[in-house]
Design a binder for this molecule. Structure first.
Ligand code: SF4
Ligand code: SF4
Length: 362
């Protein structure tokens, strides 16, 4: 079966409100109807009825960022993300995964990361070495930060150091399973990666730097009954608690910025207040179009591997949203969105930890 009965029933009850067209960052970037949740559902139902081969739907399901904006808006309660994941799994089980996705899966198998990288920056290595001793608190950096945005990883380490937190960073972090879940959904290999990661993390507190890993630890592991030994918290919430407890003090400056909510935090985990509480202690925050739970994706490094031009446009659209409210700075919590927004070059992009570090007092 291509998609679950529940998904099929809900697709059939579509009210043609077209919210999924207006809200889709990929559809907006390509201008193509096929990228909207509704159009994808129609194409899947053609496959389901045998009118088209499964392979016809393959590219389309990999053009979705699984960002959940359409799920939030759909009047029927349908979850297009769930159906898209189901089809990705079906493709994998039938050996019909596109070659450009197989290449990324091979990278995971050979190197443990989707980008096929085997080494990371010397500056990050040195920062990681400073925290090789075992403590009860782990800072889990994640593959995007380690291999694609090491400056973000170093910044996160330095902020916790400046805040006087005792923590460990692993030299060879296990894979959280996020990338596998993104590429093939609930396959046995995805569960195996998640289980191996959970078993390797023997800490009381796990601070997930990357929102994608945070969502994987906090929501997916729970849903799939994969026990984490410690408590997972997001990096932003952890820093927010330090501020609340008075463990750090911040000095407010003149900067006017907007916040790019990452969907993994704001929509999936419903966490959008900590970044505002902290950043508004450092700067003046002006909201742009689509924020909090309504946020719009600003970039995805995995998709950037196979559809870079479209992902560039996605980031650019978000830069335009920020410029339209008259701010000169976007603050982001996601290493993937940081890299894509910064590559656009149309606005100054700062990481959450960078802004906080500069405003630390004492
Ligand atoms: S999950 Fe995001 S990218 Fe995929 S169809 Fe929905 S809004 Fe578009
Ligand atoms: S948001 Fe839901 S109900 Fe509205 S057009 Fe899209 S699939 Fe149909």
């Amino acid at each position: 079966m291509l998609i679950s009965n529940k998904s099929k029933e809900i697709i059939d009850s579509c009210r043609f409100c077209w919210m999924c067209r207006h809200i889709c960052p990929i559809g907006n970037a390509t201008g193509q109807e096929r990228n909207t949740a509704r159009a994808r559902a129609l194409s899947l139902s053609l496959v389901e009825r045998g009118a088209e081969p499964l392979s016809e739907a393959a590219d389309n399901v990999y053009e979705c960022a699984l960002c959940g904006a359409c799920t939030k808006e759909c009047a029927t309660g349908w979850d297009p993300v769930q159906s898209t994941r189901e089809v990705r799994l079906e493709l994998a089980m039938n050996g019909e995964t596109p070659d450009y996705i197989n290449k990324l899966l091979d990278n995971i198998e050979k190197t443990g990361n989707v980008y096929g990288k085997t080494d990371y920056s010397d500056e990050l290595k040195e920062a990681v070495r400073r925290h090789s001793a075992k403590t009860d608190t782990l800072l889990f950096l994640g593959k995007d930060a380690v291999y694609m945005a090491p400056e973000c990883a170093v910044g996160a380490i330095k902020l916790l150091e400046a805040a006087g937190v005792e923590f460990t960073v692993l030299e060879n972090e296990p894979d959280s399973g996020f990338a596998m879940n993104f590429l093939v959904g609930a396959a046995e290999e995805t569960k195996a990666a998640m289980t191996a990661c959970a078993e390797a993390l023997d800490f009381g507190t796990i601070i997930a730097y990357d929102p994608a890993d945070a969502k994987t630890f906090i929501r997916d592991y729970k849903e799939w009954d994969i026990p984490l030994k410690g408590k997972a918290v997001t990096f932003t919430a952890f820093v927010g608690e330090l501020l609340e407890k008075g463990s750090i003090k911040l000095k407010k400056g003149d900067m006017v910025c907007t916040v790019q909510d990452n969907y993994n935090l704001s929509r999936e985990l419903e966490e959008y207040l900590p970044i505002r509480n902290v950043i508004s202690s450092c700067a003046n925050v002006k909201e742009m179009l689509l924020y909090n739970k309504d946020t719009m994706l600003a970039g995805n490094l995995i998709m950037n591997e196979y559809m870079p031009e479209i992902i560039k446009t996605v980031a650019h659209d978000r830069v335009v949203n920020a410029l339209n409210v008259g701010v000169g700075v976007i603050v982001t919590e996601s290493p993937a969105e940081y890299k894509m927004l910064a590559a656009d070059g149309g606005i100054e992009v700062r990481t959450f930890e960078e802004v906080v570090s500069e405003c630390l007092q004492g």
